[in-house]
Ligand binder design. Sequence first.
Ligand SMILES: NC(=O)c1ccc[n+]([C@@H]2O[C@H](COP(=O)([O-])OP(=O)(O)OC[C@H]3O[C@@H](n4cnc5c(N)ncnc54)[C@H](OP(=O)(O)O)[C@@H]3O)[C@@H](O)[C@H]2O)c1
Length: 308
Amino acid sequence: MMKAWLYKEYGSVDVLQFGEIPIPSAGSGQVLIKVRAAALNPVDFKLRRSRSGDTPFPVVPGADVAGVVAEVGQGVSKFKKGDVVYGNILKITEGKPRQVGTLAEYTVAEEHVLALQPSNLSFEEAASLPLALQTALQAFDTVGFQKGQSVFIVGGAGGVGSLAIQLAKHVFEASRIVSTCSTGKVEFVRSLGTDLVVDYTKQSYDQVDEKFDFVFDTIGESFKSHVVAKEGGKIVDIASFPPHSSAVSMIVKPQGSNLERLGKYIRSGKLKPVIDPKSPYAFSDVVEAFKHLESGRARGKIVISPIE
Ligand SMILES: NC(=O)c1ccc[n+]([C@@H]2O[C@H](COP(=O)([O-])OP(=O)(O)OC[C@H]3O[C@@H](n4cnc5c(N)ncnc54)[C@H](OP(=O)(O)O)[C@@H]3O)[C@@H](O)[C@H]2O)c1
């Protein structure tokens, strides 16, 4: 048996319970991971609150993991016992969250969603990256972003936005990066590599006298953010469904290959994990961690560690 955070009904943070469930075993193509750190994402609470679907309860939430391979299933070729891996293991089939997520002592995942953890990262740093980094990368790929183009990132202080700014700067070599946040986070968002930060509490960003090749909206405001796109510019909105008619939505795909592709930028320190100042939360404090995430004010990623 293992300790895990779980829920047996949909609802608010109050449905989360600390309990014991059997350690899962690695099926064909899967890897059993001893979880050393996990990170939270809004999808974890959105699924918990969804009150829909027929997910077999109990559900252990959590998509992001960093840990050590404890066992490999049949046919696994990329990893062996003892490897240090990280990844976003969220998989939604017919609207269902994975039943055993990462807020547990052990979890299982298909090998293709994992990558070897860069040796310069701690478990906490590694766990903070996968889902948010894949989301940002896949958004830039969706629009075929080219070196020298300009980008406007709505929500630069969040888990996705803080990594999107770094991707724009160091991987895609954007010519101009503008982003939005509230007053207390302006210096932080500037430090990530933006050319201009718009404090949305003081100025409505749709008044900015500039247009962009790409508008990456991590807040779900494409009804408003579409106006800062150039004519023919692309808009990706990851947080409102449906988005404005001129924007496309996108659902992140868990892919270890995305992490491998960005490995050289992570190892060289160009792409830096951004961990919320209140993190890491102890495994016993997952409810507090969710309350902070659900406030919508986290700066970067919320991490849970150690998990024991
Ligand atoms: N479609 C997908 O595949 C996908 C994947 C990942 C995430 N998402 C969605 O994308 C959204 C962002 O995810 P996340 O992980 O980045 O969330 P997050 O880390 O919880 O975002 C928190 C940040 O949002 C900022 N924020 C809140 N309202 C804002 C506003 N009006 N303007 C600018 N910034 C604002 C806050 O900064 P301030 O305190 O400065 O306001 C805070 O730093 C969520 O809705 C999530 O579900 C979708």
